[in-house]
Design a protein around this ligand. Sequence first.
Ligand SMILES: O=P(O)(O)OC[C@H]1O[C@H](OP(=O)(O)OP(=O)(O)O)[C@H](O)[C@@H]1O
Ligand SMILES: Nc1ncnc2[nH]cnc12
Length: 175
Amino acid sequence: MPESIEALLDRLCAVIPDYPEPGISFKDLTPVFADGEGLRRVVDALAAPFEGRFDAVAGMEARGFLLASAVAYATGTGLLTVRKGGKLPREVFRRDYELEYGSASLEIHQDALKPGARVLLVDDVLATGGTMDAAVQLVEQAGGAVAGVAVVLELDGLGGRAKLAGREINALQLA
Ligand SMILES: O=P(O)(O)OC[C@H]1O[C@H](OP(=O)(O)OP(=O)(O)O)[C@H](O)[C@@H]1O
Ligand SMILES: Nc1ncnc2[nH]cnc12
């Protein structure tokens, strides 16, 4: 029987205690990305429930970029870059937010989207949901319609799903 995606993630995801600060259990997916079959299966599984329902994929800097660009390529859709603050050269919309270990800001070009474009948002980890919620708001502010949210790992007990109430979420594994 083929290995389930949950078993694959259990096997390849590294867990680092007390990183980047005491009390955080850091989930490192770089070994999944480094595995040819792992990367392909994760990318396909992220997009599968939304097939035919999105025109573009938004990835959040930095780890989200890795997955979003692969999903966009695999599905023949466009790629939107949602960048950390101060990196984009033209007029931006901006959101400041909190995450498990600090605060940050995200920006999107004001003209990044065609009006009504259906956007799938992709990231590696959903923890507090601060990052994903900020990105959802930016996509909508730029005139897009959020088709859904796809993440590899949803961290249990940190409130990310509640923060995204009403959004369709595809999480490949609850950790
Ligand atoms: O649900 P949240 O609490 O917002 O946490 C999830 C976010 O945290 C990580 O990014 P990080 O900001 O560490 O940046 P990186 O991708 O540059 O490592 C991860 O890639 C998600 O984007
Ligand atoms: N515990 C965690 N592991 C990996 N990425 C994260 N992003 C936010 N919290 C995280």
